[in-house]
Design a protein around this ligand. Sequence first.
Ligand code: PLP
Length: 383
Amino acid sequence: MLYWDYAAASPPYEEVVQTMEQIMKLHYANPSSLHRPGAEADRLITRSREVCAAALGVQPQEILFTSGATESNNLAVKGAALQYRSRGRHIVTTDIEHPSVYESCLQLKSLGWEITFVAPDRTGVVDPAHVAAAVRRDTVLVSVMHVNNETGAVQPLREIGSRIKAANRRTLFHVDGVQGYGKLETQIKEWQADLYSLSPHKVRGPRGVGILYVKEGVALFPILTGGSQEQGVRAGTENVAAVVASAKAIRMSGERREAFNHQILPLRNRLLDFVSGIPEFTVNSSWDGAPHIVHFSYPAVNGEVMARKLEELGMTVSTRSACSSRLAEPSRVLLSMGRNAADALGGVRISLGDSHTEADVAALEQALLTAVQALKIVERGTK
Ligand code: PLP
């Protein structure tokens, strides 16, 4: 079986597994405890914060650990909205955000906030001018992702950031960096981002831990209360082993970013070329997109049917983000890009990782051809 779902979860580095095991065995004390083992566990978290900060080019005190990027995104959006509610109750985001941002905004809407959703173009890219035009005096937050998790479309964050700040310098800028880190350059300062979310398990780290960069001077209303951990912004006993292993994965994948691109980009290009050549497919990724995602629609059948067929042929792919893949609804992201309902239901996402080779891509291409032929027969048979 070949695994093509790195954008949903990636296999942890061997060093990450070893670190997790070691720390779980040796440093099980609670980092908030005042005894020596507690202080040692706390020191490991402090050190991990420094490692993550160095990888992101920020200060250690600007790094918070959470339970995952879903929590980081919830905390960024709701925490900023609640903290700065006296400044205004307007938020700008896009139609293509991950559900953890999108639904946080919908929840705030149900509580009285006003949300402006900016649509992307047909390639899935948001126009910075459209984002800036939506910013008002009462806009407390703009949230735009770095790389879309379905299509791999890369958003022009530097221009978006500078236009937001020109429109209203008090408006905070949050970036969901989950699918960009380790693939593209992370430029928190150049983007003028105030908040930035990261998920270690997308870059060969452990699950159940997330990172949130919060720029010095920015306050967040805590969503989880009940302890003074993480500067009082995120209560709960820290998962020391996962935090230390995450820092390792963030450092390693950051250092390997160029080598990763060197290896993966030719494979992505070959695959994108291949799917572009299949007349039955609508291609939803572009050459300017992230190096690890190829997304296409086969409108004849639902994406799940194609994914199952490919699984029978030894290829594990997904239809869209893992968080939405159980919904038999058309993809919100594809609809916002102007795709029709059949295309929006027939999406398939292939995401590459550093285990892949030319031979793997050749095998996947063959499986795609076989699947299309087989599904055509099924389709004809049912008519
Ligand atoms: N944001 C994006 C763009 C994602 O792709 C994902 C996961 O697929 C998340 C946020 C949520 O990350 P986590 O799995 O760490 O909660």
